[in-house]
Ligand binder design. Structure first.
Ligand code: GLY
Length: 368
């Protein structure tokens, strides 16, 4: 049975719908007045193969016009050229401010389409139909949109809330394993920063989660999105507490960049989370047992807890080029306990280097 979770934003709200097929998509869109609109599905070449035509068929004949814009799959497409391609297509198809975009795909599709929606004609409506775990757990909720620029991730963007987030959990069953588990890191993060009971639930349901049992996925996403909902409702534009969602991201993003994006985002978040938990232990916020539990719990979910072939000094340097800085100080997220994160601007270079060393798998470790 489908479920819904409203997310409040200023005086309005949008719903996250958790369901197990695309069967209710048209009904949800119709409730937003889509029968009177032109609709443009924006997707990438990979998602298009699975779901592009199926979703287009659901819209055709029900609205004024239904079209589809497909760009190449991959992070390389998350740029202003793709946005420009979307604008040109919308102009050619006669889209005006009352019309709507439908972002069908993972994080790249959602962020890029959202940014096009935020800026085309000074803003038109859009709906998120996330199909990857990363997008369902994180990027489709909360209105952060944008593209990479000049080698920097998400450097250009806007806050733009979707009108609806429609999650078909069955889409997760066709994801390749690495991508699925990468998205899972953000779910683990939500438990660790705000909800200890949910964190325990994840561990108890490890087998069902790894098997991608549909009802388990639905409960997992509903609980994970409830955490994110509470955070973004309180602080939609990241003036304060929303930064807690960056747990694991300071060192994680630096590794992602140093490794030239050869590791997946969630894999880097897992590494960054281990490093942040290590600092939390060294500061006696977490006990040693808690630290090792946090670290080891990534392993059954196929996430890395160490990384080889890095230069710790380079990782440190890259953490400073990250957006998560304020007046030259890094806003680091630590764990006060499991289920309770805090922002801290006093983490030193030495603490960070020790944490990077903890996750650094050196060749000699193999022979020790
Ligand atoms: N992914 C972090 C945020 O939405 O704020």
């Amino acid at each position: 049975m489908s479920e819904r979770l409203p997310v409040l934003y200023r005086k309005t709200a949008y719903d996250i719908v958790f369901t197990q097929s695309f069967d209710e998509l048209w009904q949800e869109l119709a409730a937003l007045g889509c029968g009177e609109k032109r609709l443009c599905i924006v997707t990438d070449s990979k998602v298009d193969e699975y779901y592009g035509d199926k979703v287009l068929e659901l819209l055709e004949g029900n609205c004024v016009k239904a079209v589809k814009y497909v760009f190449p799959n991959g992070e390389e497409s998350k740029n202003l050229d793709t946005v420009r391609g979307i604008y040109k297509f919308l102009i050619r198809e006669g889209f005006d401010r009352r019309d709507m975009l439908i972002a069908l795909g993972g994080g790249v599709v959602g962020d890029t389409t959202g940014f096009a929606a935020a800026t085309y004609l000074r803003g038109i409506d859009f709906v998120q139909v996330p199909t990857t775990l990363l997008a369902q757990a994180d990027s489709s909720i909360g209105g952060k949109t944008g593209v990479d620029f000049d080698g920097y991730k998400n450097m250009v963007g806007a806050f733009k809330m979707p009108r609806l987030v429609y999650m078909n959990l069955a889409a997760l069953q066709t994801l390749e394993d690495r991508q699925y588990f990468s998205g899972f890191a953000e779910i683990m993060k939500h438990g660790l920063i705000k909800d200890a009971a949910f964190y325990e639930w994840l561990i108890e349901n490890m087998y069902e989660i790894c098997d991608r049992d549909l009802d388990t996925l639905q409960e997992m996403l509903r609980r994970s999105c409830s955490v994110k909902k509470l955070v973004v409702e309180k602080d939609p534009t990241e003036q304060g507490d929303r930064a807690l969602l960056n747990f694991g991201h300071t060192i994680g993003h630096a590794i992602e960049k140093a490794k030239n994006f050869e590791l997946y985002h969630g894999e880097c978040v897992a590494l960054g989370a281990v490093a942040a938990a290590f600092i939390s232990w060294k500061r006696e916020l977490l006990s040693m047992e808690e630290y090792y539990e946090v670290r080891d719990m990534f392993v059954p979910f196929n996430l890395p807890i160490s990384v080889d072939d890095i230069d710790p000094e380079e990782i440190l340097r890259l953490t400073k080029a990250d957006k998560k800085m304020e007046s030259g100080k890094i806003k680091f997220v630590l764990l006060k306990k499991i289920g309770r994160a805090v922002l801290d601007k006093t983490v030193t270079d030495e603490e960070m280097l020790a944490a990077i060393d903890e996750i650094y798998f050196k060749d000699e470790d193999q022979h020790a």
